[in-house]
Design a protein around this ligand. Sequence first.
Ligand SMILES: [Zn+2]
Ligand SMILES: [Zn+2]
Length: 261
Amino acid sequence: MRLQVISSGSRGNATLVRVDEFALLVDAGLPAADLEARLETARLGLFAPHAIAVTHGHLDHSRSAGILARRRQIPVYCSAAIQTHPAVRRGKRVLTLGGHRPVEIRAPDNLGGLDLLAVELPHDAPPTYAFRMDAGGRRAVVLTDMGRPSKDVAASLTGAHVLVLEFNHDAGMLEAGRYPHSLKRRIRGGLGHLSNDQSVEMLRLLAGPELHTLVLAHLSEHNNRPDIAEEAARAELARLGLGHVRVLVASQNEVGEELTV
Ligand SMILES: [Zn+2]
Ligand SMILES: [Zn+2]
């Protein structure tokens, strides 16, 4: 299994997971033209990706899922609630899938040799999922957009060889920053995003001896800094006796390295 973060952050999220010739796109949050260009950078075959799995209805994850699916005639796996949730219906988000009928995620789904398990997260676009993906005895986990650490969530997502984990904001930078009070409250609330400290708490629950690469994801441009998040992650990994684990910071602006899971 190979994993490559195509984009990560509030302007658009997408991650490519490949098993042999099969390619699954986890989230399609960039505008379609940008996403197509980045997929080309990732040297996908003509008809790939072969499926899209959407974590939740927020635009930075779902924006181009419908367009891509129609162009390529491929299925979108997501909760049907992406189209019917009241908070989603009011916004433009409902347009993301258009007439394209999503395939409801079952537990677990086998897609092209990849076992996909969706685990529900506390976030303000319910349902929001983390994905656990297994193939050939290897495991990758993509977990972003989570409001608070949870032992129950972590219990279903341990054992990853590659872990993509949200490190959204530094609590101090968020408080001192210029975001309006209501937005600050949403981000730090139990249905918002993980602070670095909370991400470290999740890392403690998730990291095991098989983990070899940790990708810090969905970093806020205004309320976090890659070096602060990386330092927090490295310190925790060292405490856990996992100082050998590779730590990467996913970017919003460029395609990440292709990782062998
Ligand atoms: Zn997001
Ligand atoms: Zn979200």
